[in-house]
Design a protein. Structure first.
Length: 138
């Protein structure tokens, strides 16, 4: 069920002769209010980022520039998404393992999060993630 909630969301895009503008509003375009924004950049070729799940935090991941792949896993099923447009992104609910890889040169990954940073929310050990998922499915 959690994996089926991972989905690409299109954001509004306004284009005219001056270029394009895209925006996201929490609770309107995203299924959560935005409490934190962060971005990843200058990622060396071949490096992977994330490799964790979050207990309560929801995220919206956007290829702000360039492209990369997001691999998601809920402990039972896996999927992957190729992100390469700044006017759409991937919604990832809690308790979904995510790995970001295959970054193009000069890629920028923008992440909008439903929660403030809390180290205790992170499951960065695969065994701990599987135990958390198992607990949730009972």
């Amino acid at each position: 069920m959690r994996l089926s909630s991972c989905r690409i969301l299109e954001l509004p895009k306004i284009t005219d002769g001056r270029g394009s503008l895209t925006f996201a509003e929490g609770g309107r375009h995203l299924p959560f209010d935005i409490k934190r924004i962060f971005y990843l950049f200058d990622i060396p070729a071949g490096e992977m980022r994330a490799a964790h799940a979050l207990k309560t935090c929801q995220q919206f991941i956007v290829a702000f520039s360039g492209e990369f792949e997001v691999r998601v896993d809920d402990g039972q099923a896996k999927n992957h998404f190729h992100l390469d447009r700044p006017d759409c992104g991937l919604y990832v609910p809690p308790l979904v393992w995510r790995e970001l890889a295959g970054f193009s040169s000069r890629a920028v990954c923008l992440v909008l999060a439903s929660e403030f940073y809390d180290e205790a929310d992170y499951l960065d050990d695969r065994a701990a993630f599987m135990a958390a998922v198992g607990t949730q499915k009972k």
